[in-house]
Ligand binder design. Sequence first.
Ligand SMILES: NC(=O)c1ccc[n+]([C@@H]2O[C@H](COP(=O)([O-])OP(=O)(O)OC[C@H]3O[C@@H](n4cnc5c(N)ncnc54)[C@H](O)[C@@H]3O)[C@@H](O)[C@H]2O)c1
Length: 364
Amino acid sequence: MSTAADDVLRYGIIGTGMMGLEHIRNLLEMPHAEVVAICDTNQKSLRRAAELFPDRNVPQYSDYRDVLALEEIDVLVIATPNFTHVDIVLDALDTPCHMLVEKPLCTTVSDCIRVIEKEAKVAFADRVVWVGLEYRYMPVTAELLHRVASKDVGDIKMISIREHRFPFLKKVEDWNRFNVNTGGTLVEKCCHFFDLMCIAADSEPERVFASGAQSVNHLNENYGGLVPDILDNAFVVVDFKNGVRAHLDLCMFAEASKNEQEICVVGDLGKVEALVSESLIRVGIRSQGIGAFDEYVVSDESPYSGFHHGSSYLEHVRLQNAIRSRRKPDVSMLDGLRSVAIGVAAQLSIAQNRVVSISEVMGA
Ligand SMILES: NC(=O)c1ccc[n+]([C@@H]2O[C@H](COP(=O)([O-])OP(=O)(O)OC[C@H]3O[C@@H](n4cnc5c(N)ncnc54)[C@H](O)[C@@H]3O)[C@@H](O)[C@H]2O)c1
């Protein structure tokens, strides 16, 4: 496996829909990275990916197992629909390839545990399996997390994340319209935010209470007689073991908003906020008086901004650094599991109108 600092890392991309193309566009901007195989079951998706390489023919595959059989691949990027992750990752773990698997790791806690157990069993030395929770690397979010970790606002007590955005986009063969394929909105979409909560809280989640519904979106759509069953709005409260309490306010029919996400973390000394789309950080320190705050813009300096403010580029840089320096992933499968477990607990809380403990969904 290539791991020296300037060896080219050779990538196989499995799933070349929206996110697969995003990964390819990022990799095209990176030195020492080469896409050597693209794979999709859908010919249109595959053709779109091939068009990103006007000067060369990248080998194309429609069965991911043919990609796993290639010896020349160092890193697999798995960007297929959520429900397919478990089987593809289980098979991919039999190869020595490093891996970036898109979020959510899997759609259920038990499938996440299956892949984690398999990785422990096959145990390839220095193999990096990384979960695509790249919101951590959005420049403005990373700045907020840095200020939190630096204790600028003291000991963290409360975290509040608001995502007010556009409805789910159309996906290839409409897989994202049904909970069975996605894991549910609070797994599929909100695993990113639960991951951020865990980092900011610096603790493990203990219990979840949520209220939510499908109130506006996709109600008039019909797929072979089935109407989509995905939530489009929710409030989720997460209590952490260290006493930090966190809150998610999700609305997916609020695209007419200034900021898509507003993340607010309050400690005993003050409060720090990150406003994504403005890319603005606002910090207020209590000792400076009522209404006092500073604010500044954090810029995205990635060569390719893409859909996520440059965070996918930074994700790839960090993944490559981990591979080359033989260290553990920054975003491990355990992180992937934890973010899925909170989402699963939130979905269950809504379905059963009760508080759900994380130990319950973990089967403990
Ligand atoms: N990290 C992020 O911010 C982010 C953003 C969007 C999507 N995602 C994740 O990326 C993944 C893909 O989402 P998307 O938006 O690109 O969906 P998409 O529908 O645009 O693309 C998925 C592609 O996978 C292909 N596919 C399906 N089964 C396959 C298989 N067995 N082998 C090979 N290809 C197969 C489909 O034909 C399609 O082209 C999902 O897990 C999604 O949750 C992550």
